[in-house]
Structure formats: structure tokens, C-alpha cells
Design a protein around this ligand. Structure first.
Ligand code: 5GP
Length: 191
């Protein structure tokens, strides 16, 4: 998606060859117009699929995922990164290794908000090793729901996330695919 690539080139800061900061429009300050355009693009890709619910992971996935859910007129559920006292009752849980923080966390979702047979679109800000998406997929399986697609805002294609998810049979759609990056240099895959 051209607008997103332009924003990444203008504001993106490759901290090193593996981590990109996009605080100016996604991870700290949020550009609502860009979120809206991205949601239109994601919905166009998945227009042939039935979607009952959008799922993301707190916190950086929430802004783009909310726009998608709003336009589809379905609920958004964000999975939490730790057991929270706000979550009463039974929860689904899955262990995830965080790429950026290099720590493990427990992804948690209440039984109240994911139900059997629901068709779920997962939306997240970045795809690196695929751990977050696979953890979300695990919870969705535990609930006997199905993940009908995975929409990613920025995929770092030099990392194995996409391959792992595609091998598992998921339909992965990324709005920007980064082939490689270094300080002041970001190269995209355009297909
Ligand atoms: P994965 O689980 O695919 O290894 O990593 C994806 C998650 O880690 C995303 O939800 C995102 O929050 C975070 N992440 C991975 N790589 C980056 C990156 O380069 N920049 C930022 N800002 N977050 C990242």
C-alpha cells in the first residue's frame, strides 16, 4: 500500500536491521486517516470471507483493528498480554515470546468474548517471527472458533513469521512488506 510505504519512508526509524519504530503514525501517535485507508485496503482483500469478529493484541494492534471492525460493523476483541484483575471468570491462555522485548508473556482472553464457530479476522501492527499471531490462533482454536485471515500492517519479510503462518494454512495479507532495512534505508517487496 503506497500511502503506508510513504509513511514508513518518511517517519520510520530502523533502530537496527531487525526493529523498526513507527511511533509517528502507529505505535505512539496515531494517524486516523491512514488507519482508515488501511482498513479499506484490508477489507477489500478479505471481502469474500465471512467475518464475525476482529481480534488483535493490546496495545498497538488496537488502532488499525478498530477501524477494520468499525467498517465491517462487527465487534473488536483485544487479547491481553497478562492475566488482569479486570478479567473475571474463565480465560483462554497461550504462551508467547515477545520479539521486541525478548520476554515471554501469557496471552489471555475471556471465554465471554470468543465463542465456538465464530469466524475471526486477526489484525496486528507487525509480523516478525509470527509468535503473536500463532498465540492468538491457539486461543481461537481453544475456543473452537476459526481464524479466517491474518491482516498485518508491517511485515518484516526477512523474518520467518509469514512462512510459519502460511505453512499452518493461514491467509496472510500484509499492507507493507519489508525486504530488508538498515539505518536510513528501507527496501520493500512490491508484488
Ligand atoms: P512476532 O510475534 O511476529 O515475532 O512479533 C510481532 C509483535 O512484536 C507485534 O505485535 C509487535 O508489537 C512487535 N514487533 C515485532 N517487530 C517489531 C518492530 O520491528 N517494531 C515494532 N514497533 N514492533 C514490533
Amino acid at each position: 500500500m503506497k500511502q503506508l510505504q510513504d509513511a514508513i519512508l518518511k517517519y520510520g526509524n530502523a533502530v537496527n536491521e531487525h526493529v523498526l519504530k513507527v511511533d509517528a503514525f502507529l505505535n505512539h501517535q496515531i494517524d486516523p486517516t491512514l488507519m482508515n485507508e488501511m482498513a479499506i485496503d484490508i477489507i477489500e482483500h478479505f471481502k469474500h470471507k465471512e467475518i464475525d469478529k476482529v481480534v488483535t493484541i493490546e496495545s498497538s494492534g488496537i488502532a488499525p483493528a478498530l477501524m477494520v471492525a468499525y467498517q465491517l460493523n462487527v465487534p473488536l476483541v483485544f487479547f491481553k498480554k497478562s492475566t488482569s484483575s479486570i478479567l473475571n471468570g474463565e480465560c483462554y491462555q497461550s504462551h508467547v515470546h515477545s520479539f521486541t522485548k525478548n520476554i515471554d508473556y501469557i496471552l489471555t482472553a475471556s471465554h465471554d468474548y470468543i465463542h465456538a464457530d465464530e469466524k475471526i479476522l486477526f489484525v496486528d501492527d507487525f509480523l516478525a517471527n509470527g509468535e503473536a499471531a500463532l498465540g492468538a490462533a491457539d486461543i481461537i482454536k481453544q475456543a473452537n472458533a476459526s481464524m479466517v485471515g491474518i491482516a498485518i500492517i508491517i511485515e518484516k519479510s526477512f523474518q520467518p513469521g509469514r512462512e510459519r503462518l502460511v505453512t499452518e494454512g493461514y491467509d496472510v495479507y500484509s499492507l507493507a512488506r519489508i525486504k530488508k532495512m538498515a539505518a536510513k534505508h528501507i527496501e520493500f517487496i512490491n508484488d
